[in-house]
Design a protein around this ligand. Structure first.
Ligand code: PLP
Length: 354
């Protein structure tokens, strides 16, 4: 069976086997990986290796800190202004779809949000059209709008105002010019393994500005100083991330991942574009290589498509509830075999129902 879930990673078979062995016993510790205390040497080694692998895969300069946190990207929506907006600075936000709207709504309670650009009708506002302020604490955008299947294929330029990206859906699916960013964040459950871990990569110049009442566990500077151990980090999810990172590097790193994801998505877009049966609302230049969203000619066919796909072992294809339709998430762990099976099923369904 193949999973195309948006809300969870697909784990390669060799990683599942390795994790299963880790659950029984973590190396020479004689203990399950689930039993390791976050204060002990075994977990310290796992965390150090995960950081080493992530730095290597991203070619991350020393001036960036990596935080291994709990709470998901949604918690970052408020943690960001708590840490970076100071007591009264405006913050620039790009409104490009469902997740950037959620980020804006959450930040509004903590800072003066300025919406500097909005997208519409399956397109994203181009970075050149963003009305970036010079006095903002930061400029936030969402690199892949997971619900609508829209992705920025080019990265915005840096400016004096720190650029921040919610990269939850496309983190580690392609190279990142990290030096353009003040901070990027991503939940782990798409490309980095298990839910429960949130990665924050922050330039050290941005640390130490948290609002007075920021809880210690949400204070970037305190988490950086404590090696992400102000409170218990998601230990098991960090081990899974380590396994995923080692695998990703062995697969050729981010350039190879990008090529694979473009090729996988192109297979589905080719079926969609073959005629007018399937419809993709995203304009071609913004179509995501990790969230392929499309619709059938009548909404009533959606249920039939999902039911038959499930019967054919193609699972978790329903679109985001806010948008509807069909969505195939093609994160790093989704194989060519899975995508070919889905493309074949789509062609067959069209032949029978079109
Ligand atoms: N941002 C984006 C782009 C997402 O795709 C998601 C979840 O799908 C989130 C944020 C929310 O992540 P979490 O549920 O881990 O908080």
């Amino acid at each position: 069976r193949f999973s195309f879930a948006s809300a969870s990673s697909k784990l390669p078979a060799e990683i599942l086997a390795a994790i299963s062995a880790d659950v029984i016993a973590w190396q020479a510790s004689g203990m399950s990986a689930l039993e390791l205390p976050f204060t002990g040497k075994d977990f310290a080694d796992i965390l150090a290796q995960a950081e080493h692998e992530l730095r290597a895969v991203l070619e991350l300069p020393e001036c960036y800190r990596i935080l291994f946190l709990q709470g998901g990207a949604s918690t970052q929506f408020t943690t960001l202004p708590m840490n970076l907006a100071g007591e009264a600075r405006p913050c620039d936000y790009v409104l490009s779809g469902h997740w950037s709207r959620r980020a804006i709504e959450a930040a509004s309670g903590w800072c003066d949000v300025r919406v500097i650009a909005s997208g519409s009708n399956g397109s994203l506002p181009e970075p050149a059209s963003w009305r970036r302020s010079s006095d903002a604490a930061y400029c936030h955008y969402t690199s892949n709008e997971t619900a609508e299947g829209l992705q920025y294929h080019e990265y915005p330029e840096a400016s004096d105002v720190p650029l921040i990206a919610d990269m939850t859906a496309d983190f580690l699916t392609r190279p990142i010019p990290i030096e353009r960013f003040g901070l990027v964040y991503a939940s782990a459950q798409k490309n980095l393994g298990a839910a429960g871990l949130t990665i924050v990569i922050v330039h050290e110049d941005l640390l130490g500005q948290a609002k007075h009442a920021t809880p210690a566990s949400l204070d970037y500077a305190r988490q950086a100083a404590a090696g992400s151990k102000v409170n218990t980090p998601p230990t098991f999810a960090i081990l899974v991330a380590l396994r995923m990172l080692t695998w990703l590097r062995a697969q050729g790193g981010l350039d190879a991942a990008a090529a694979r994801n473009i090729a996988k998505s192109a297979k589905l877009y080719a079926v969609i574009d073959a005629d007018n049966f399937y419809r993709c609302l995203a304009a071609p230049r913004y179509r995501s290589s990790v969230s392929v969203c499309f619709r059938l000619p009548q909404p009533e066919l959606d249920l039939l498509f999902l039911q038959e796909a499930q019967e054919n072992g193609l699972c978790h294809l329903q679109g985001h509830p806010a948008v509807g339709g069909i969505r195939a998430s093609l994160y790093n762990g989704v194989t060519d075999e899975a995508v070919t099976a889905l493309a074949d099923f789509m062609s067959d369904f069209k032949r029978r129902r079109g």
